[in-house]
Ligand binder design. Sequence first.
Ligand SMILES: C[S@@+](CC[C@H](N)C(=O)[O-])C[C@H]1O[C@@H](n2cnc3c(N)ncnc32)[C@H](O)[C@@H]1O
Length: 409
Amino acid sequence: MTQRTCGRCRQGSSAVLRIIKRIMIFNMCVRSNAMLRKTNLAVWRAWRSWKLRLQSSTVCAYSGSGPLEGCEEAEKPPHTPVMLKEVLHYLDIQQGQVVLDMTFGGGGHTKAILNTVPEVTVLALDRDPAAISLAEQLAKEHSGRVKPLLGRFSELEALLSDMSIKPGTIDAVLLDAGCSSMQMDQAERGFSLSKDGPLDMRMDGERYPNMPCAADAVNTLDQQALASILTAYGEERHARKIASAIVEARRVNPITRTQQLASVVAGVFPAAVAYRRKDRLNRPAHMATKTFQALRIFVNDELNELHTGLCAAQAALRPGGRLCVITFHSLEDRLVKRFLRGEDLSNLDHYHFSPRKQETMKGRFVDERKGGESLLWVPVRKKVITAEKEDVEENPRGRSAKLRAAVRR
Ligand SMILES: C[S@@+](CC[C@H](N)C(=O)[O-])C[C@H]1O[C@@H](n2cnc3c(N)ncnc32)[C@H](O)[C@@H]1O
């Protein structure tokens, strides 16, 4: 890959700046401890100085990935859906209803819905054009019952309005957050730690080629900003050391490949430590797992998108309509929990103010709740729902999945 001055990166950098700004605001909202406030302040400073530097010159070594081809192994399902039984149970879909699958992915949940309820119509949204190609295939097989929608959660309202679907008319919504195995398993998408590929990680880079990719973030953000991203989105305890190693390494050569980043991160730790690291499922984990997760969330602006998606689902559902949300890490689950409790996460701007200022502004931001309960949602189960043991044995991804289900008032 040749090093070149990149117009794309210069344009994309303003998008990175916007993302950083939103992360800071978001963190203030979701994680309100003092340490994060400090971290966010550091990102803010880094952001300002980075912006100044970018105005003079930007060199981007990354030239983008090619368009995605279909799934490598045709026989293998592109993605095994998690908590299928539970989703079907809690969505409680009836004949003739309209269901919105906000995260079509490999179509596992949609297919199960189509097979279980013959007269149902599924609106199948995904930001990834590769997923939407699969949805188009499925639409051909089930004429009129699947309507593919290419776009992000933040584009959903406009997409529904283009189809003349009025707010408050959908019967059930499913949101299965995060990435699909289809995205993770393909080296050229740059999500994978185990397969070498360009350091991309964009879910819809093909649609938005100017959007910054992971290589842009890793090669242009300053050390403090990188450390803050690793702490906030990867909950990485060694964020500073890793950020420092990245900055050192990129002085020699820009980091443009997944394996390159993985070995820079691994190089921070003595072999004995690297060997001991376990993931949430207690399996041996690569030292760069959290770094990869953090960059992926950052590049795709996943938490802000999730919040926007929940608001869009709220607007789309009819009274009595059901929502199921599956999440895979605590940041996502905390957001969903607070949203369904009716806590106001939309007026994020006031988190810009100092704690004293926030105190004087109390009452201006009214939560949509009464007596600790949401005025808009009734939980179907108070407690979070997790996958059954047998299902986890079949599909280990389900072990960290959490399902929340609620009915729209
Ligand atoms: C965990 S997978 C869904 C798997 C799917 N339920 C199945 O059974 O195959 C998540 C999917 O959501 C999509 N996605 C993630 N964030 C999105 C967003 N903000 N807008 C639209 N789609 C999104 C991803 O592209 C990915 O295909």
